[in-house]
Ligand binder design. Structure first.
Ligand SMILES: O=C[C@H](O)COP(=O)(O)O
Length: 391
């Protein structure tokens, strides 16, 4: 080391953005992080209640032979499917021509959004003028460990540049510090689709199932320590406060790195901070979206958003809007997309949106012609995701 300060890629992006926008830099100079809402012990008690209730609900739904998560799937014949897609390019070495192509495709397919890094937001906003395709910007990508002030600045810069949606990476290291998940293969989902799905299957099959003793930890004396829920909440609530609705905020959990209990803790804190979505994965660390994780997150989002007898008539999330679930990372085919949507995801983050739409249209044609849609593109080679399979 030569003493030169090292910066993450996100920090470099933020610095570049602010040197081009000095007025915004000045305005944000005084930004303050919110104070806490509950003590850490109070958070822990609330989180434990959510974990208990949601895992019980998951077990009940499993008893329904897989029908517990049968949501209506939008058809490629209407705008329903295209409006679930966040058309995504997040590679650091993305070139201008790729971003232009992303926007052109989003315009033609009428996707919900294009999802890009901060330096591309303004360009995408310009490219998409006159359409109802919005621009989503990732924040804290892809590690999530940047300090809250850096994330706040990045979020505000994205909104100032015209982003309507923010895909914010959770600082999940705060959750895993005391209670690491079982080791799973950590490989990039930028590998071939087949490798990714195989890895996803391996990881899912090797992780403890919801409701088992293993997921209900804690695992050891040392791991009994409560994670700093308060720090996570403060970060989420501060970003929400500075980027209020209608800016849509999705919290990326990086589910492959978390246990089911940690996923539920993150969902609880996202709902408490009034975020709009919980999202599975960055697509850059470990396997991407899996069906069991989406089912778990959908169950949690419903529990946390809805006034029910089981949660005492008091939703954790205020404002009367339902928290939604975005499945992302490794969603490469219509078959993948259909499974995620049927499980209750309402948004898909994918770099394969155009392909998914093409396959979706073929499925509609095949159905109209009275044929069963082809299964040749099925990427889930493992039957553990089959309908009715135990979690
Ligand atoms: O959020 C989006 C992901 O980065 C997209 O991942 P993917 O390239 O595996 O579709």
């Amino acid at each position: 080391m030569d003493g030169t300060p090292q910066h993450t890629e996100s920090e470099i992006h933020i610095r570049e953005f602010f040197s081009a926008n000095p007025a915004l830099d000045k305005e944000l100079g005084e930004v303050e992080v919110m104070t806490g809402r509950y003590t850490n012990e109070e958070w822990a008690a609330q989180v434990a209640e959510t974990q208990r209730k949601v895992l019980a609900e998951v077990r009940d739904r499993q008893k329904e032979g897989g029908k517990g998560w049968k949501y209506e799937t939008p058809s490629a014949a209407s705008t329903g499917l295209s409006k679930t897609v966040d058309h995504t390019v997040l590679k650091l070495d993305a070139k201008e021509a790729q971003i232009d192509a992303l926007c052109a495709e989003a315009r033609v397919e009428n996707f919900k959004s294009v999802c890009v890094r901060l330096p591309w937001v303004q360009k995408c906003v310009n490219n998409l003028k006159g359409t109802d395709v919005v621009v989503a910007c990732v924040v804290g990508f892809h590690e999530g460990t940047q300090d809250t002030y850096e994330k706040l600045k990045e979020a505000r810069a994205a909104v100032a540049a015209g982003a309507a949606e923010l895909d914010l990476v959770l600082n999940y290291s705060i959750l895993t510090k005391h209670n690491p998940p079982p080791t799973s293969p950590s490989l990039s989902s930028r590998d071939s689709a087949t490798d990714t799905i195989t890895a996803a299957n391996t990881a899912v099959n090797s992780r403890p199932r919801a409701g088992t003793a293993a997921t209900e930890g804690p695992y050891s004396e040392d791991e009994r320590e409560i994670p700093d829920y308060s720090a996570i909440y403060k970060e989420l609530a501060s970003i929400r406060a500075l980027c209020p609705s209608p800016t849509v905020i999705k919290l990326i959990l990086e589910t492959s790195q978390l246990t089911d209990l940690q996923i539920l803790a993150a969902a609880h804190l996202a709902a408490s901070a009034n975020l709009d979505f919980i999202k599975t994965s960055t697509g850059f660390h470990g396997p991407g979206a899996t069906l069991p994780h989406v089912q778990l997150m959908v169950t949690a989002a419903e529990y946390l958003s809805t006034k029910t007898r089981s949660n005492g008539g008091s939703p954790v999330r205020g404002g009367g809007r339902k928290m939604e679930v975005k499945a992302s990372g490794g969603v490469r085919s219509w078959e993948d997309a259909r499974k995620m949507l049927e499980a209750g995801a309402t948004r898909l983050g994918t770099s394969s949106g155009v392909w998914i739409m093409q396959e979706g249209r073929k499925a509609v044609e095949a159905e109209a012609a009275g044929k069963r849609p082809g299964m040749t593109t099925r990427l889930y080679t493992d039957n553990s995701f089959a309908d009715g399979e135990e979690y």
